[in-house]
Ligand binder design. Structure first.
Ligand code: AMP
Length: 464
């Protein structure tokens, strides 16, 4: 069995890894660390939760220690991350792994005073972890020199592009010296990322850790069809029935997150919201309360949730289905961390059935339906052959006829399946469940190619 020693890590780093309690390297670590130690560029398809931070941080630290520099410190490694939370967590990992080394690292991001960041930069740093906006801001003010960077890491590249950071990345790339080692990590590999990777990686080793294999198989997923106004009642009921102590709820909008926190409060459920409109202080406080267990429910938008790495999340609620299917995989991957299992509920109202179609195509399976709740609404079930994406223009009467059709089609579909032939979902689970109904939406046995193709078309179509 592979252990950290066999990957070629130094004793100093092995000690640090041991203190962190890691015994077996994760697949992304096993595949990335040796080529990185050999000086190769790496293109990693891996999401947060797979151990990818250590996969790049450990070799970067080892090479830095091997080639010590003298005199005033300069930025030798630059790690770009899309969100403040993820950036802070990456820096925290560097701190843990470099505990026995003479390495100075620092994270910089917007939304907080730049003064302490500038002071740290002036004192000299070896490793800088940054979000693009504040990085370029401080470069513009003459506080940052990237001309001697030896390692450039672009983390969560797909999210970077989704968030519109492509121009910023291009600007940063122009400031880096030619001779450097590059790493790019992305949860998905749409065409736009492949193009970006091709523009700055040289002869890169591709490391592919499929999210389904890493986490999704350990997560019990359920889809619940209901009317939009019933969502908050069902959520409160599930939280209370399951006595959820560590649950993450996703809404599509910041406003929706705030409103939901108030509504949960009316049911005596303590919750906090985390999203981009909150100050950094409020975000840190909300996350701290959630991490220490004093607040059982965190309500988040997709972007704010990036990089939230809280062990022990037992339930993820897709209160609103994401309009980008790959966000569903990111969301449910917040649970089932570190080898545990978890439950992911998804609510689907009538306007979201097309999003469900896209999600099921992406993950290559039909999500089991739980209809045993008081708000079950068959009208929200996708129609046979329904296309992925937004459901357009529904009037009341069309809604009604849709409901009937859905029911009929659903029955028809089930009848058409030959007796004894299971759904793709049942096959994955080794048998059917009593509560499971088939739901339409292109559920099928997945493979990673198919998943990426779907990602590509959606990402290409709707950059945010
Ligand atoms: P990441 O994907 O880098 O965000 O890591 C997810 C979590 O896994 C973090 O809490 C890490 O501390 C933890 N982790 C990373 N590598 C290992 C490992 N080899 N064994 C156990 N836990 C790990």
């Amino acid at each position: 069995m592979t252990n950290f020693q066999s990957l070629g890590l130094s004793d100093t780093l092995l000690r640090a890894v041991e203190s962190e309690g890691y015994t077996i390297p994760t697949p992304v670590q096993q595949q990335s660390i040796p080529p990185l130690l050999d000086g190769r560029d790496v293109l990693g398809v891996a999401q947060t939760g797979t151990g990818k931070t250590a996969a790049f941080a450990l070799p970067v630290l080892q090479i830095m220690e091997r080639n010590k520099t003298h005199g005033k410190r300069f930025i030798r490694a630059l790690i770009l991350s899309p969100t403040r939370e993820l950036a802070a967590q990456i820096e925290d990992r560097f701190a843990a792994y470099s505990v026995h080394m003479d390495i100075r690292h620092r994270v910089i991001f917007g939304g907080v005073s730049q003064k302490p960041q500038v002071r740290a930069l002036q004192k000299g740093l070896d490793i800088l972890v940054a979000t693009p906006g504040r990085l370029l801001d401080l470069i513009g003010q003459g506080h940052i020199d990237l001309s001697r960077v030896e390692f450039f890491v672009l983390d969560e590249a797909d999210r970077m592009l989704d968030m519109g950071f492509i121009r910023d990345i291009e600007k940063v790339l122009k400031l880096l010296p030619d001779n450097r080692q590059n790493l790019l990590f992305s949860a998905t590999m749409p065409k736009s990322i492949a193009k970006l990777a091709g523009s700055f990686l040289h002869d890169a080793v591709m490391v592919d850790v499929s999210p389904e294999e890493m986490t999704v198989d350990r997560i019990e997923q359920k889809i619940m069809f209901l009317r939009k106004p019933d969502k908050r009642r069902l959520l409160a009921q599930l939280i209370q029935d399951h006595q959820v102590e560590c649950g993450l709820v996703f809404t599509r909008t910041k406003h929706g997150a705030n409103r939901l926190v108030k509504q949960l409060g009316q049911s005596d459920i303590a919750a906090v919201a985390i999203h981009g409109n909150k100050s950094q202080g409020a975000r840190t406080k909300a996350l701290a309360g959630f991490k220490d267990g004093s607040i059982p429910i965190l309500v988040a938008t997709d972007i704010a949730s990036r990089g939230i790495d809280v062990e022990g999340i037992t339930h993820v609620f897709n209160y609103d289905l994401p309009n980008e299917p790959e966000s569903y995989v990111h969301r449910i991957g917040r649970t089932a961390r570190a080898g545990r299992s978890g439950i992911a509920y998804a609510f689907c109202d009538e306007s979201e059935s097309g999003y469900l179609v896209g999600i099921q195509q992406l993950i290559g399976m039909e999500i089991p339906v739980d209809s045993q709740h008081p708000f079950h609404f068959p009208g929200a079930i996708p129609k046979p052959g329904q296309k992925p994406g937004k459901v357009k223009g529904q009037s009341g009467s069309r809604r009604d006829s849709r409901n009937k059709n859905s029911r009929q089609h659903q029955r028809g579909q089930n009848q058409r399946r030959p007796r004894g032939e299971s759904t793709p979902n049942q096959r994955r689970q080794g048998g059917g469940r009593q509560n499971n109904q088939s739901n339409h939406g292109g559920g099928r046995q997945g493979n990673s190619n198919r998943r990426r193709n779907t990602n590509r078309s959606r990402n290409e179509r709707s950059p945010r």
